[in-house]
Write a protein that binds this ligand. Structure first.
Ligand SMILES: Cc1cc2nc3c(=O)[nH]c(=O)nc-3n(C[C@H](O)[C@H](O)[C@H](O)COP(=O)(O)OP(=O)(O)OC[C@H]3O[C@@H](n4cnc5c(N)ncnc54)[C@H](O)[C@@H]3O)c2cc1C
Length: 452
């Protein structure tokens, strides 16, 4: 949808080939199984989507999405302690709601553009053309018949299951490097009814400890209609199960039982949904020796990231903006457009990759390549950064700028940050979760906190 919105102003017609029949409204669909799990949209991603789909960031809150200010609206227990919540107005935020709601409002606005034609229930099964130029896609319609869509530019935004590598290979373009860092993370999610008077309750994020396997975590996200979406995650050997009776006990056994205390007596509104589609995966299309004219690959088809960091939608949105910028400058027929866009979209994908894999490479069996000295240095630096940020709202704010994808990772190398890092944490860590008195009253009594 975002790629279509990016291209429509510069094309006579954009044809959107979608395997699913898309629901009219914020409803689940087969091709987006991850929508049952917590999806936060960082403000950098929300702003990118607004640039492509004007008006959407007003529609989300009007439909019940929660705009959570950061860091005041988040209670995060990092491996280095509780993050301090910065009070007062802050420039960064996240959008919290069900993924189906996010998508529905994007879809509803994008498909109003008469230049965009939706081919629903139609699967893209291959590329047409040759290694030098792509001329369209081969499709399979609901009845199973094969057809073709001719196009001057083909964008593969088919998500993590994209067959782009295979399709390129069939045209003779081979040897594209791939990398996987897979901690075998499993997700389990369930929706609960929030208690009365819980409006404005923060996002709660109890993260996994550093350096211990398995890594287990939980996040509670306030979503539309007075509900809370709780997502649990655990790496190999510590996976949450799909059994309803295991859900709350998992949260209580974490490094801190805060999430469990918030849901122990809450009414569950759904069954438990699970997912294992969580590996960090990177396809280095931008390094291909040969790249055809007329092809661009975006979003999860280029890189997937450990979802605990909530970056995938923002990376995809920033990539669609980069596509639009290039097409605006050089036109759809611009020479080497695909090559340039592929290089450009590698930047946000790699920024997200660096944070998503910084710890994952240390889980046993996660990567075929043992952690390198650079991996160890990044882990040490990110540890010091997180420790300092936990004690300083100034450093936390800069880190939030990067996490929310409003600034690139180079923000962390500015002189103010280097000085702060050299000094290290200047305040003691908080002894417990930074909840207000009103928030504390909403806690349900469960077992005591487990020491790290
Ligand atoms: C458990 C989990 C939790 C996550 N949490 C977050 C989060 O908190 N924040 C965040 O930003 N990201 C999160 N993500 C990542 C996010 O879901 C993805 O990064 C994002 O959806 C990628 O967008 P995309 O458009 O590239 O692919 P998708 O959203 O997967 O869309 C692909 C589309 O292509 C269609 N399609 C696929 N193959 C074909 C074909 N051959 N022909 C026609 N149509 C096809 C599909 O039906 C679908 O509509 C999470 C992911 C998971 C698995």
């Amino acid at each position: 949808m975002l790629a279509a919105a990016a291209l429509a102003p510069f094309c006579d017609r954009v044809t959107l080939v979608e395997r699913d029949v898309l629901p009219h409204g914020p409803h689940p669909r087969k091709g987006l199984p991850q929508a049952r799990h917590g999806h936060v949209l960082w403000s950098g991603g929300a702003k990118a989507i607004e640039r492509l789909v004007p008006g959407v960031t007003e529609r989300w809150p009007a439909a019940g999405a929660v705009r959570v200010p950061l860091t005041s609206g988040m209670v995060a227990y990092t491996p280095h302690g509780w993050f301090r919540r910065r009070q007062g107005p802050t420039p960064h935020h996240l959008i919290a709601c069900g993924r189906d709601l996010l998508d529905w409002h994007v879809r509803d606005l994008v498909l109003r553009d008469h230049r965009i034609r939706l081919l629903e229930g139609t699967e893209a099964v291959g590329l047409t053309g040759a290694a030098r130029r792509i001329t369209g896609v081969r499709t399979r319609s609901p009845g199973g018949s094969s057809q073709g869509v001719r196009a001057d530019l083909v964008v593969d935004a088919g998500g993590r299951g994209s067959r782009a590598l295979h399709w390129l290979a069939s045209l003779g373009i081979t040897g594209i490097r791939e990398r996987s860092v897979d901690s075998a993370l499993a997700y389990a999610s369930r929706v609960f009814r929030a208690p009365d008077h819980a409006d404005g309750f923060p996002v709660v994020n109890v993260q996994a400890a550093h350096g211990t396997a398995p890594g287990q975590a939980a996040a509670l996200i306030p979503i539309e209609d007075g509900r809370r979406l709780v997502s649990l995650s655990g790496t190999r050997g510590g996976e949450p199960t799909s059994r309803a009776q295991d859900f709350v006990p998992f949260t209580v056994r974490l490094r801190h039982p805060l999430v469990g205390r918030l849901i122990e007596r809450a009414a569950a509104l759904t069954e438990v949904s699970t997912s294992r589609s969580t590996a960090n995966g990177r396809r280095y299309f931008e390094q291909a020796r040969q790249w055809p004219e007329g092809l661009v690959v975006l979003g999860d088809a280029v890189a997937t990231h450990n979802p605990v960091y909530g970056q995938g939608m923002s990376v995809a949105a920033l990539a669609a903006c980069l596509l639009r910028d290039d097409v605006r400058r050089a036109g759809v027929f611009g020479t080497r457009l695909g090559r340039r866009v592929q290089r450009a979209v590698a930047r946000p994908a790699d920024a997200a990759w660096a944070s998503a894999t910084a710890l994952d490479v240390f889980y046993p069996g996660a990567s075929e390549q043992a952690p390198t000295p650079t991996d160890r240095m990044i882990r040490r630096l990110s540890g010091r950064l997180a420790r300092t940020a936990a004690a300083s709202s100034y450093v936390a704010n800069a880190l939030t700028q990067v996490t929310t994808m409003e600034a690139g990772t180079t923000r962390l190398l500015w002189p103010d940050m280097l000085l702060a890092l050299a000094c290290g944490p200047l305040r003691r860590p908080l002894a417990g979760p930074p909840l207000t008195a009103a928030e504390s009253r909403l806690l349900e009594p469960v077992g005591p906190a487990r020491a790290d």
